[in-house]
Write a protein that binds this ligand. Structure first.
Ligand SMILES: NC(=O)NCCC[C@H](N)C(=O)O
Length: 407
């Protein structure tokens, strides 16, 4: 069986990659949280419980839930692989090549693979190592900075560092310095884990590409249509590049729909304001899509050269590219301006479809959840008092690896 297969946003989900928040969350401080893209410091035990409920809700539906740290440790089998990866991680963490980095490398490699992975994700505090002799000015002057390796508290949003599209993958050059190293894990797993490494998996974009793109902006609308948000995190250049690669490499994708959204934190990715919940139903948010669906949209169409058409209506564009007679946009938080702003901030639009017409959402977004049910959608609710503090919902917390094809 193919190890990855995603030809839609809503086909029955059978395998998904997640990350249970760990000690990286404990390394957030009031000083670092903004730079690390958090609005507050979650209470880890409660957050883990909520994440376990999320994972159990998926497992109850027969979905295989794979954990990123486990796959990563399983793909660090040889000493050579461990040493290469640690060196790469240190390079990308911008550690200077001096006495302390030699000690850090030794410290990391003294751990077994699960602990090594945990350590790279959690971050390494300077005080974990015996004090090193300082040789350089920057070492003497940087003594107040607590970390050798910064923590990666956003890793539980496995959606963003990579996205499976068709039978290939985009391993994303991420926009924010705080998240750039995350896609190294996925790259390593895809190349080295026995589950994936024997298979030729086409790469739609490489993590070293010069312009950013993140998975929260990549939505596989159908076998032939990919929607990509042009957002705070994803550049128009990367959208054009991924379109070119998808068209050239026979991915099955024939149209890429570039949807512009406001470049701001509350709508950082397309999936914070737009997700697909059924064949012809989508969540949206009034901040970016009004009732009539007006937006700035471009369709990139396969051809030599690629043809680009402007569109200005989301509803009409969805009908056109998906061949639908009607499309229903379900507004997050309904018509009430306050509920709509509150629930969008708390990821009410960010649903994870596990089958056509069946989604996982945060229970706190009761207005949106009721509206989804009124429209015939099955809603599986999970708690999120702590998970929500990282500003992402069920879609953000999942990287689908396999969905059954739609009939
Ligand atoms: N797809 C998503 O919208 N992911 C949420 C990412 C939240 C994270 N704190 C970030 O700022 O990147």
């Amino acid at each position: 069986m193919k190890p990855i297969n995603i030809h839609s946003e809503i086909g029955e989900l059978t395998s998904v990659l997640v990350h249970r928040p760990g000690n990286e969350i404990e390394n957030l401080t009031p000083e670092s949280m903004e730079q690390l893209l958090f609005d507050d410091i979650p209470y880890l035990p409660a957050m883990q419980k909520e994440h376990d409920v999320f994972a159990a809700a998926l497992q109850e539906r027969g979905i295989e839930v794979l954990y990123l740290d486990k796959l990563m440790a399983e793909s660090l089998q040889s000493e050579e692989a461990r040493s290469d990866f640690v060196e790469k991680m240190m390079r990308e963490s911008r550690l200077p090549a001096d006495g302390s980095s030699k000690a850090l490398k030794e410290y990391l490699l003294s751990k077994n693979s699960p602990d090594l992975v945990d350590c790279m994700i959690s971050g390494v505090l300077k005080e974990e190592l015996p004090e090193q002799k300082k040789q350089h000015l920057y070492e003497m002057m940087a003594r107040h900075y607590p970390f050798y390796l910064d923590p990666m508290p956003n890793l539980y949003f496995t959606r963003d560092p990579a996205a499976v599209i068709g039978e290939g993958i985009s391993i994303n050059p991420m926009s924010q310095p705080a998240r750039r190293r995350e896609s190294m894990f996925i790259e390593h797993i895809i190349h080295r884990h026995p589950r994936f490494s024997g298979v030729d998996i086409p790469l739609w974009i490489d993590r070293l590409y010069d312009f950013p793109i993140e998975g929260g902006d990549e939505l596989v609308l159908s076998k032939t249509v990919l929607a990509v948000g042009v957002s705070e995190r994803t550049s128009a250049r990367a959208v054009e590049q991924i379109a070119e690669n998808l068209f050239k490499q026979r991915s099955g994708i024939e149209k890429v729909v570039a949807v512009e959204i406001p470049k701001k934190r509350s709508s950082m990715h397309l999936d914070t304001v737009f997700t697909m919940v059924d064949y012809d139903q989508f969540t949206t948010h009034a901040q970016v899509v009004d009732k009539d669906g007006k937006m700035n949209i471009f369709i990139l169409e396969k051809g030599d050269p690629i043809r680009i058409y402007r569109r200005e209506n989301l509803k009409e564009t969805l009908k056109e590219v998906l061949g639908l007679a009607e499309v229903n946009l379900i507004p997050c938080g309904g018509e009430d301006k306050i509920a709509s702003a509150r629930e969008q901030w708390n990821d009410g639009s960010n649903t994870l479809a596990i089958a056509p017409g069946s989604v996982v959402t945060y229970e706190r977004n009761y207005v949106s959840n009721e509206l989804l049910r009124d429209n015939g959608i099955e809603v599986i609710e999970v708690p999120s008092s702590e998970l929500v503090r990282g500003r992402g919902g069920p879609r953000c917390m999942s990287m689908p690896l396999y969905r059954k094809d739609l009939k």
